[in-house]
Design a protein around this ligand. Sequence first.
Ligand SMILES: NC(=O)c1ccc[n+]([C@@H]2O[C@H](COP(=O)([O-])OP(=O)(O)OC[C@H]3O[C@@H](n4cnc5c(N)ncnc54)[C@H](O)[C@@H]3O)[C@@H](O)[C@H]2O)c1
Length: 266
Amino acid sequence: MGDRLEGRIAIVTGAGSIGPGFGNGKATATLFAREGAEVFIVDYRADALEETRKIIEGEGHSVTTHVADVTKSDQVDTLVAACIERYGRVDVLDNNVGGTVAGGPTDLSEAEWDQQMDLNLKHVFLMSRAVLPGMAERGSGAIVNIGSTSGITFTGQQQIAYQTAKAAIVRFSRSVALEYAPKGVRCNTVIPGQMHTPMVEAVLAGQQTGGDASELIARRNARIPMGYMGDAWDVARAALFLASDDARYVTGADIVVDGGMTLKCC
Ligand SMILES: NC(=O)c1ccc[n+]([C@@H]2O[C@H](COP(=O)([O-])OP(=O)(O)OC[C@H]3O[C@@H](n4cnc5c(N)ncnc54)[C@H](O)[C@@H]3O)[C@@H](O)[C@H]2O)c1
């Protein structure tokens, strides 16, 4: 329990989790609430959101849930308006929604490419566009975008649309950071490596090892100089730093959270 986000209004997208346990958004929303933020959590799965709500309320904190698909501009505008109606403003935005489809340029259909761009990149634009005017008007705000080491290096499997979208998030964050620095708004990226979130069992094992999660986990651990995958709390702690005043002079930066994986070639 702390006060690093005391009184802040924080939106976290993708705050559910695809399976049992903690995904990055769920851990981030929980940690932000523990640190004093009023959290406004968003996911397109009501059941997943409900689970996160119960955890946060069970720890004695308040939370507002909002079901929305953040790839749709009308739903994004509605959710930001709902947060402002409830709390009066948005101080922190954690853009966490994302997910991958395997394949190279000749494997993916046009529809898969578009879906990946919408899911991993467009929503970052839509959400940022919706909160930035208010942040700039008040002269303060922090946006944290969730990238991926797949956007900065090859991590063992071709996922060309995901890799491209996650790379673009870093550039997007820097462009926002530069434009909005004089207005008191910071924008940074957390770049997670191979994290052991529920997505590993629920999605990646099917894509990469024919459903054998233990083989995939062993492969992922073996790539990491520290010898093991991180977890959602490692991502959440980096996001907390960037969202808080501890990072008051940090903007346009990326924090790689990968146990040293990108220090070596795969
Ligand atoms: N797990 C990893 O190893 C890893 C590594 C690098 C980056 N990341 C990134 O971290 C983020 C979260 O990953 P995770 O492993 O916690 O995944 P997760 O699938 O457990 O959580 C993502 C949540 O987003 C929700 N969601 C998906 N599409 C949505 C949409 N259009 N609108 C609203 N909600 C939507 C899902 O319902 C889910 O609850 C993603 O951006 C992912 O790319 C994860």
